[in-house]
Design a protein around this ligand. Structure first.
Ligand code: NAD
Length: 488
């Protein structure tokens, strides 16, 4: 059993397989964007043998966990939620240091919502029948009962941004459905996953119901998704990786969901509350834009474009780039030097292609920050408009009327989210329905009841998370038909 200590918090650096911590001889390093010179932890680097052992344990775990009634499962899920709340400070601290998002938002928003995810799914399965019945009716002298069967071991693979909260979105429905899980977090931010795994042991899941496998995506991740004993794959990350995983899922005929990148429009009509629109637009820089849901394409009605741009510049200039543990910091650092290079590459290519860099555009010397950047593209076809940067880079374009706004909003291959600012309820309905995306926020941002579906269209993904939608994905439905004895 090997551990690392981050600011007095002891963290397991191995895998949790079948209820026991095991280490691999090979490791990978995780470092903090707050101080890249220091190695935070050497984490076990799982391989094909690790994946094989973990899937075998998950099969055993599935037998035990799927036999729990929905209320028994709900009790364990609620216990886990309480344990997360009790360790909120440690989880938020470790995750901030490991991946760099601001501590304040980790503590108050992301980790707290992680606990709420488990509570929400406890509530949802308790509302179902005591034995997982989804529906029941009588017809043709028979009773029809539709039963949700747990599907089997589920692989859950997550990205490095907001890793704790994102993982709970996927793990809570899988576990609530009665599946065992094989959780593979991203190698750039693996530590909060270990704290979660520790809490699952305390919460009382049977051994093998919750397995944590650490390692590199193309190694142990690929081995997990290729295993034909796995019955569901739930993935969040980039479209490139989703293509690999989709091929493995197709090979074994396993359903998979993919929550992928975004290139959301943020549309501002002249009739909107300009202060609110500007505030929300400037917020897209927080966490250095490493948020899939961010509205990174600013589309502003021509008549207010100059006024909007001046106000946005003032709001952007007020941002504080700094230490994510400091509550005064409003913009978090970039997670990894390779990602800084990737953001820089996008901006350099935009510059070379003739896009106009209105503000920022460079790495900040001596830190892991990239300047808050605004670019006026030469054309809507520019790469900087069409591809996800996942950094603090917004584009600025104008539109003449509602039809052009909708056309521009729908002009990329992505379709994850959109933000619309307008003072008109009729326009909110009209434009909200016309824009193609999995979630549309009008005059607000990031609010979502956990029972509502979440996911993307186009390059932004396949399938939906949230509420009963994810529960359905993790279940197989069975129709049980029993004659009432009045006929043969
Ligand atoms: P990524 O695709 O590089 O990696 C995601 C995960 O996949 C990691 O755990 C990685 O180890 C694993 N992986 C990599 N190759 C694999 C393989 N061949 N087989 C199995 N697993 C493999 O993505 P990333 O850079 O970690 O995350 C950033 C991306 O995630 C962005 O595109 C962002 O928009 C997207 N994202 C989407 C959502 C959403 O909910 N839609 C949320 C957050 C992030």
């Amino acid at each position: 059993m090997s551990t690392a200590v981050v600011r007095n918090v002891t963290i397991q650096t191995g895998h949790l397989i079948g209820g026991a911590w095991v280490s691999s001889p090979e490791t990978f390093e995780t470092r903090s964007p707050m101080d890249w010179s220091t190695v935070l932890a050497e984490v076990s680097r799982g391989d094909a043998t690790t994946a094989d052992a973990a899937v075998a344990a998950a099969q055993d775990g599935f037998v035990a966990w799927s036999a729990y009634t929905p209320s028994e499962r709900a009790e364990v899920l609620r216990r886990l939620a309480d344990l997360i709340d009790a360790r909120n400070d440690d989880i938020a601290l470790v995750e901030t240091i490991d991946m760099g998002f601001r501590h304040e938002s980790m503590r108050e928003r992301l980790v707290a919502r992680g606990a709420l995810n488990f509570r929400t799914y406890a509530d949802i399965i308790e509302r179902s029948g005591p034995a997982g019945e989804a529906e029941q009716w009588d017809a043709k002298n028979t009773s029809h009962t539709v039963i949700r069967m747990p599907a089997g071991p589920a692989v859950v693979i997550t990205p490095w941004n907001a890793p704790f909260m994102l993982a709970t979105w996927k793990l809570a429905p899988a576990l609530a459905a009665g599946n065992s899980v094989l959780f593979k977090p991203a190698e750039w931010s693996p530590l909060s996953a270990a704290l979660l795994a520790e809490l699952t042991v305390e919460a009382g899941f049977p051994p093998g119901a919750f397995n944590l496998v650490q390692g590199i995506g193309s190694e142990v991740g690929a081995a997990l998704v290729a295993d034909d004993r796995v019955r569901r794959i739930s993935f969040t990350g980039s479209p490139e990786t989703a293509r690999h995983i989709g091929k493995a899922a197709a090979e074994n005929l396993v359903p998979f969901t993919a929550e992928l990148g975004g290139k959301g429009p943020l549309v501002v009509f002249a009739d909107s509350d300009l202060d609110l629109a500007v505030k929300r637009a400037a917020e897209q820089y927080e966490d250095s834009g490493q948020v899939c849901l961010a509205g990174t394409r600013l589309l502003v009605e021509e008549s207010i474009a100059d006024e909007f741009r001046a106000a946005l510049e003032a709001a952007t200039a007020a941002h504080v780039l700094g230490d994510p543990l400091d509550d005064a910091t409003s913009v978090a650092p970039v997670v990894h030097p390779d990602h800084l290079d990737s953001i820089d590459g996008f901006v350099r290519r935009a510059e070379a292609a003739g896009d106009n860099i209105i503000r920022g555009g460079n790495k900040v010397d001596g830190s892991m920050h990239f300047e808050l950047t605004l670019i006026e593209p030469a054309s809507n076809d520019s790469e900087i408009v069409q591809r996800e940067v996942f950094g603090p880079v917004l584009t600025f374009q104008t539109f003449a009327d509602e039809a052009e706004a909708v056309a521009l909003a729908n002009s990329t291959s992505y379709g994850l989210s959109a933000l619309i600012f307008t003072g008109s309820q009729e326009r909110a309905e009209r434009v909200g329905r016309a824009v193609r995306a999995g979630i549309i926020w009008v005059n607000t941002f990031l609010v979502r009841d956990l029972e509502a579906p979440f996911g993307g269209t186009g390059l932004s993904g396949i399938g939906r998370e949230g509420g009963r939608y994810a529960l359905e994905f993790h279940s197989d439905l069975k129709t049980l038909i029993i004659a009432d004895g009045s006929t043969e």
